[in-house]
Design a protein around this ligand. Sequence first.
Ligand code: FES
Length: 200
Amino acid sequence: MKRIQAIVQNYPEGSQTSAISMALDIVQRQIGWIPISAMHKVAELLSMPRMRVYEWATFYTMCKREYRGKYNVKICKSLPCMLRGSDFIIRAVEDATGCCAGGLSDDKMFGVDLVECQGACVNAPVIAIDDDYYEDLTVCDVYNIIEKLRCGDIPPSGPQGGRYAAEPCCGLTSLQTGPPPPGYCIQEALRQDKKGDGCN
Ligand code: FES
């Protein structure tokens, strides 16, 4: 409550409703999901109609309106990930967690969801577990990640195949030389004019 009140104060008078995304995020981080009673409380705090909060919570897939496990595993199934083997990743996640897509594992540790593009296509296939992205996945990586989470470890996120970020797998294909010096490719006429000024 204190955090939400502090955030609301950052907005100009009359625009406090803009704090809705942060308010719902705080609720979700505290409780694990966003029950309707919390939506009502947020509406009351931000002096906005309840319907506006329902609209927000139902539009954004990151708003969880039911408990989705200690770890919410979101598997991207959009085209680039599909072309890079997301069907195998889906099966591996379901097998490793013991939970079908859309379901919750018996021990309530994992909730598995299929989602649309998560904006990391260049590192496809991708899964997001809560706030962390796991990219360049193989089936083997999936089993390792789920096993570590089950044991209480948080495996390192990011590309799993050795890439630092989204650079080409076969090494750099651009920016392979140092930058050219000042005046590079400048028109000859300009170069001569500037010579007298001591400029290059
Ligand atoms: S298609 Fe999977 S991250 Fe974009």
